[in-house]
Write a protein that binds this ligand. Structure first.
Ligand code: CUA
Length: 413
C-alpha cells in the first residue's frame, strides 16, 4: 500500500511539473500557444495527454489487480494452472491500441492538412532566408524604389521579424547553404528550410509580444546560436515600423552627413571593411548581395551570397546582436566587433574580422554609427520588449567586454 501511495504522489508531482511548463512567461514553451496554429497543436497535445492518462491508469490498475488477485496465498506447493495463449485477450489488446491510435491519427492529419491549406495565402507574405547562422528577412514589395524590372524592392531586415497581431502571416522559407529549421514554439510548428526547395508556414498570432524562435535542425558550428525573435505588435505600431524602416535615419545624418541627391546617410570611413558583406537600409551601403540572388559557392569556397551578412538597417532599434545572442548595447556591440569568432564560432564575419583587425577607435566609430541608426522620433515601442536573450553568454565574454586595443591585438595564446 505504501508503494501505491508513493507512486501516486510521484504522478501528482509530474502533473504539477507539466502544468508549470505551460507557464505564460516562458518564451520558448510550446505549451503556451499564442497563434491559431499552436492552439491547434496544443489541442492535439491535450488529446494525447488525456488518452495516455487513461491508458496509464488502466494498465496500472490491471497490474495491481492481477498481482493482488492472483498472488500466492499459502505455502502449499501447488502450482496454479499454466495458461498459454488466449484469443479473446489478444483480440482485445490489439483492438484497444488500434482505436487509441486512430483517435490520435485522425485529428493530427486533419490539423496538418488544415495548416498546409491555411499557409497557401496570407495578409502578409514574408520571405525568410536561413543563413549560417542567422536569418535574413524580406518583406516583398514593401521597400523603397524599384528594381530593373520595375518591381518595388523588398524591405530588408534580419533576425527580428515584425508582424501585426491578428493578421494571417505566410512565411516562405529559403536556404542557399544547408538545411535549417524555422521554429517559434509559441507561434508555429517546425518547418525545414531546404536549399533548392521553397517551404511555407502560416500563422495568425493572437497576442502581442516578443516570441523567441531558433533553428531546430543541426546546421554547423553555431547552430545553437542561430536564434531570432518574432515581434507581434498592433497594426498601427507595425505600420509605423514599416514607415521607419523605409526612412533614412536622421540621427546618423547629423553625425556622418547625407547624400543630397538620394537623401541616404553616408557611412563613416571605418565602415568600409563592412561594406563587402553588409547592406544598411537607409544609408549608402547598398552593395552586398541579398537573398539567393548571387553565387552561393561551395563549402570550401563560399560565394558572395553565402558570406553576405545581415542587413543593418535601423540597427539602433534591434534588441539583440548576432542573431539573438547578446543584447544590443554599445559595450556589447564593441565586444562583438573585437572578436566575433569568439562569440559565435565559425561565423563568416570572423574570417574578415579577427582580434586586432579593427583598432579601438574604429570599433568605437562603427558601434556609435550603427547605434545611431534610429528613425526620427525614436524606435517606436515594442510591446513586451526584452533584452533578456535567454542565453548563457559565450565563454570568455567578459574579457571581450573589457578589451583594450592591446588585449584585443594579442588574443590568448
Ligand atoms: Cu540553422 Cu541550425
Amino acid at each position: 500500500m505504501r508503494r501505491i501511495v508513493t507512486f501516486g504522489s510521484m504522478a501528482v508531482v509530474a502533473l504539477f511539473a507539466l502544468a508549470a511548463c505551460g507557464d505564460d512567461t516562458s518564451r520558448y514553451s510550446s505549451l503556451s500557444p499564442r497563434s491559431d496554429v499552436t492552439d491547434d497543436i496544443q489541442g492535439i497535445y491535450k488529446l494525447i495527454f488525456w488518452l495516455a492518462l487513461v491508458v496509464f491508469i488502466g494498465v496500472q490498475f490491471a497490474i495491481v489487480y492481477t498481482a493482488l488477485r492472483y498472488r500466492r496465498r499459502k505455502e502449499d506447493g501447488v502450482r496454479p494452472p499454466q495458461i498459454h495463449g488466449n484469443k479473446t485477450l489478444e483480440i482485445v489488446w490489439t483492438i484497444i491500441p488500434a482505436i487509441v491510435l486512430l483517435v490520435i491519427f485522425i485529428p493530427t492529419v486533419r490539423v496538418m492538412y488544415e495548416q498546409a491549406d491555411s499557409a497557401e495565402t496570407g495578409d502578409y507574405v514574408i520571405e525568410v532566408y536561413a543563413k549560417q547562422w542567422w536569418w535574413e528577412v524580406h518583406y516583398p514589395g514593401m521597400g523603397v524604389g524599384t528594381d530593373a524590372d520595375g518591381n518595388t524592392n523588398p524591405m530588408l531586415t534580419a533576425n527580428e521579424i515584425h508582424v501585426p497581431v491578428d493578421r494571417k502571416i505566410r512565411i516562405e522559407l529559403y536556404s542557399n547553404n544547408v538545411i535549417h529549421s524555422f521554429y517559434v514554439p509559441q507561434l508555429s510548428g517546425k518547418m525545414d528550410v531546404m536549399p533548392g526547395h521553397e517551404n511555407v508556414i502560416g500563422f495568425t498570432a493572437n497576442q502581442t509580444g516578443v516570441y523567441y524562435g531558433e533553428c531546430a535542425e543541426f546546421c554547423g558550428d553555431s547552430h545553437a546560436w542561430m536564434r531570432f525573435q518574432v515581434i507581434v505588435e498592433p497594426q498601427d505600431q507595425f505600420d509605423a515600423w514599416v514607415t521607419a524602416m523605409n526612412t533614412a535615419p536622421p540621427a546618423a545624418a547629423t553625425t556622418y552627413g547625407s547624400n543630397p541627391d538620394t537623401g541616404l546617410v553616408t557611412t563613416p570611413q571605418s565602415f568600409g571593411i563592412c561594406l563587402g558583406c553588409h547592406r544598411v537600409g537607409g544609408t549608402t551601403a547598398q552593395f552586398a548581395p541579398i537573398g539567393l540572388n548571387q553565387d552561393a559557392g561551395t563549402e570550401a569556397q563560399p560565394g558572395t551570397a553565402k558570406i553576405a551578412g545581415p542587413n543593418l538597417g535601423l540597427f539602433g532599434c534591434r534588441t539583440t546582436i548576432g542573431a539573438g545572442i547578446i543584447p544590443n548595447t554599445l559595450e556589447d556591440l564593441k565586444a562583438w566587433l573585437r572578436d566575433p569568432g569568439a562569440i559565435k564560432p565559425g561565423n563568416y564575419m570572423a574570417t574578415a574580422i579577427k582580434p586586432g583587425t579593427l583598432d579601438e577607435a574604429k570599433i568605437h566609430e562603427i558601434a556609435v554609427f550603427l547605434l545611431s541608426l534610429v528613425p526620427e522620433g525614436g524606435c517606436g515601442e515594442i510591446t513586451d520588449a526584452t533584452d533578456d536573450v535567454n542565453n548563457s553568454l559565450p565563454t570568455g565574454y567578459d574579457s571581450l567586454l573589457a578589451a583594450t586595443p592591446e588585449a584585443a591585438a594579442t588574443p590568448d595564446s
